[in-house]
Write a protein of this length. Structure first.
Length: 527
């Protein structure tokens, strides 16, 4: 194939990958802060046999002075910690998630040894996200879509707010989306041309997905079940004789590779099997949860929903053409094997997720885009007389619509307000810093980037004991005071009560608010 012919065949997906990468880079430069779970990603991946901050400090942070170097050592690869897979495994046994993404993150951090930067996570996520967009294109192609429809499908996902939020959150969900799409691709390969090695790839992908995040199991289960029913209907018993043992082996291998999954499942933690069952039993919450999760899709997948609505309307006018395409075998309904499990998974996750956040269905958003691609595929097959030029124009129209979505609202996890937090802390970097906490480490972890503006800071042992604060502050004219205010996650202190006690029991009688973040609020108290 000549270079010009190859360019004609590949320009749509090349443009898709280029635009998605450019938009990812644009928003990556605008990311100013991190969610607490993103900080955990760095710590769990890079802290040597110490999953959380207290573990790195002899089991407790209460009543201690923490230095910038200790915080840095928790989140960065230092010394001989590179490629420390055993440490990552240990940390994840003591966390609530399996270790695959954290292994990859430790590798990425090793290449950026001695640094703590958002770019370590964002570059890794961009690579995984680009692969996901590419595999989604291949999936649509494998299901019979043209290059233009397949590229449009990939574009709708790659530039969606939900997709971009997946990439911008430095967490395992981007790898989960890739592996979910890859599993669908292998099953599409089995449906089109059965080869035993694809069953082996299914097994490996199932294991990798379960080693990434446990919520992978839902779509994987429903998808595998749908494929089994499809194969039974077509009496493809040889394929099933390969597929079922391989799929079971891939899923059960998790018990051998990461037996701590059973502990996580029955731990009683917020993220556990027990919490999922409790949510499933709570029927009263169903309407509220379903409305909330529907809002996530309406806000974060605008272009895909609009294409879906336009596609359904167009199908009504092309009903005869669609029926003829189906009758002649030019169009197939095999796409439903992938789409119906995604709908069931979405409803289930909306009900059982530990908190009302879209990230718990991020992995099936590529399949949502596949649904929009399915409608474009039916329309294209219903109009076989369409010239390549018109097909290209439709792809470009979808591209413009996807770009409109990408600029209609910012994705999640940018935290632009953190730039101001960092500036304010830097202005007071020479002041003593005291963190009021009763031994919980969650708020301290979330504030880690801001706390690194100080050479060191003191963590109180209790809000009733101000002697530690006074001894640490010495004769300083003013002190920066962080107060852990989260009742759900950690200490739940009342800031006004602590400030009143400081004013009445210490020389620091004046308090000026600096800023309030998610789990804490910050003041400057002065004499």
């Amino acid at each position: 194939m000549s270079g010009r012919a190859a360019l004609r065949r590949a320009w749509a997906i090349a443009l898709t990958l280029l635009l998605v990468s450019a938009v990812c880079l644009l928003f990556s430069t605008r990311k100013q802060g991190m969610f607490i779970d993103e900080i955990y990603t760095y710590g769990l991946s890079n802290s040597s046999f110490a999953p959380f901050l207290p573990d790195a400090l002899d089991g407790s942070i209460a009543g201690k002075v923490l230095t910038r170097g200790e915080l840095f050592d928790y989140v960065a690869v230092t010394g001989d910690e590179g490629f420390d897979f055993a440490s990552v495994y240990y940390n994840q046994v003591n966390d609530v998630h399996p270790p695959l993404y954290y292994w990859l993150f430790n590798i990425a951090s090793t290449f950026a040894k001695g640094s703590f930067s958002k770019w370590t996570g964002l570059v890794l996520d961009w690579l995984l996200y680009s692969l996901c967009v590419w595999v989604l294109y291949l999936l649509a192609r494998r299901l019979g879509a043209s290059r233009f429809v397949s590229a449009a499908t990939a574009m709708l996902y790659g530039l969606s707010l939900l997709g971009l939020s997946t990439m911008l959150m430095i967490r395992m969900y981007v790898l989960l989306a890739l592996l979910t799409t890859l599993l669908a691709y292998w099953i599409a390969c089995l449906m089109r041309d059965f080869r035993p090695r694809c069953c082996v790839f299914v097994a490996l992908t199932l294991l990798a997905g379960l080693m990434t995040q446990y919520y992978f199991v839902f779509y994987a289960f429903f998808l595998c079940a749908a494929y089994v029913l499809w194969a039974l209907a077509r009496r493809e018993f040889k394929a099933l004789a390969w597929f079922i043992p391989c799929a079971l082996a891939g899923a059960l291998a998790l018990l051998l590779v990461f037996p701590a999954c059973l502990t996580h499942l029955f731990s009683g933690e917020l993220v556990s099997g027990e919490s999922a069952v409790d949510n499933l039993k709570n029927l009263a919450q169903y309407p509220v949860r379903l409305r909330t999760f529907l809002g996530f899709v309406v806000h974060g997948f605008k272009a895909g929903l609009l294409i879906g609505a336009l596609g359904l309307a167009a199908l009504l006018f092309c009903a005869k053409g669609v029926k003829q395409a189906l009758r002649e075998g030019r169009a197939r309904l095999d796409w439903l094997v992938f789409l119906i499990p995604a709908a069931v998974t979405y409803l289930l996750v909306a009900i059982i997720s530990p908190v009302d956040e879209a990230r718990y269905f991020y992995n099936i958003v590529p399949i949502f885009a596949l649904g929009a691609g399915f409608l474009l595929y039916l329309l294209e097959e219903a109009q076989p007389e369409l010239s390549p030029r018109y097909r290209a124009l439709i792809f470009l129209a979808v591209t413009l619509l996807a770009l409109w979505e990408a600029r209609s609202a910012p994705p999640d996890f940018l935290y632009p307000e953190h730039a101001e937090y960092n500036r304010l802390c830097a202005e007071h970097a020479d002041d003593p810093c005291v963190y009021f906490s009763d031994g919980h480490f969650e708020a301290v972890t979330e504030d880690l980037i801001q706390l690194m503006a100080f050479d060191e800071f003191y963590v109180t042992g209790t809000d009733r004991d101000l002697s530690g604060m006074l001894a640490y502050a010495g004769e300083a004219e003013e002190v920066v005071v962080f107060i852990d205010i989260s009742e759900f996650w950690s200490s739940g202190y009342k800031a006004e009560e602590i400030l009143a006690r400081i004013a009445s029991e210490t020389p620091y009688t004046h308090a000026a608010p600096l800023y309030e973040a998610g789990l804490s609020t910050t003041y400057v108290v002065s004499r």
